[in-house]
Design a protein around this ligand. Structure first.
Ligand SMILES: Nc1nc2c(ncn2[C@@H]2O[C@H](COP(=O)(O)OP(=O)(O)OP(=O)(O)O)[C@@H](O)[C@H]2O)c(=O)[nH]1
Ligand SMILES: [Mg+2]
Length: 193
């Protein structure tokens, strides 16, 4: 059995828990609790540890989905989740420009710890005040088109949209593994000669 471990990360209210609930075939193990601090102004409940969901791709392939808490005071959980993951999606709420700096912080936090395939998922693109993808890319400090990751629009409430974003992420993961095994076979070929 092949298991792909995918992390879903992003700021408070980006849609991580919803994303996992929408696509998981098992009841999501979530750790949502009533928000008590500044988050309470934004939403009733917030994830305090992690979410876990599961998706069967084929009889031999499973996806495990791990959602992080959005609040940075739980960043020790980001560490635990990201160290388990083979790839991740960073969800960014397109209508909350105040959160772009926080999204950047999460990106830097993860980049300092692991180098794994990732994509950016823009959520809330249907909401009033949503920024265009190009402007969000600049706000996230991703100015070099050659190096920045795939960016998709995703509605965490829509199963087809969530599935489509997972396909893009799994393709990134597959192509990164193919690159790794090519460079491994180049290395071993070189060592034979
Ligand atoms: N209109 C709209 N609503 C969305 C979208 N994505 C998420 N939501 C809603 O936003 C709310 C917050 O979603 P959650 O899934 O709890 O967010 P979270 O990222 O898990 O938040 P924390 O656990 O607090 O960090 C929910 O009510 C979702 O239904 C979107 O693309 N469009
Ligand atoms: Mg959550």
């Amino acid at each position: 059995m092949e298991i792909f471990k995918i992390a879903i990360t992003g700021n408070v209210g980006a849609g991580k828990t919803t994303f996992i609930r929408t696509i998981s075939e098992i009841e999501v193990v979530d750790t949502d609790r009533r928000a008590t601090d500044e988050t309470a102004a934004l939403k009733q409940n917030t994830t305090v540890a992690f979410d876990f969901g599961r998706l069967t791709l084929s009889p031999e392939q499973l996806v495990y989905l791990y959602g992080t808490p959005g609040q940075s005071r739980f960043d020790f959980m980001w560490d635990i989740v990201i160290n388990q993951a083979q790839a991740y999606i960073l969800l960014v709420a397109a209508h909350r420009p105040k959160d772009f700096r926080g999204a950047r912080k999460i990106l830097n936090f993860i980049n300092q710890r692991v180098q794994i395939p990732m994509i950016i998922g823009l959520t809330h693109t249907d909401c009033e005040g949503a920024w265009q993808a190009d402007d969000i890319v600049l706000a996230l400090g991703l100015s070099n088109r050659e190096t920045y990751p795939p960016i998709v629009q995703v509605n965490p409430e829509d199963p087809a949209s969530v599935a489509q974003s997972l396909v893009v992420l799994l393709e990134e993961l597959m192509s990164a593994s193919a690159d790794r095994s090519n460079s491994y076979s180049e290395l071993t070929t070189q060592s034979v000669h």
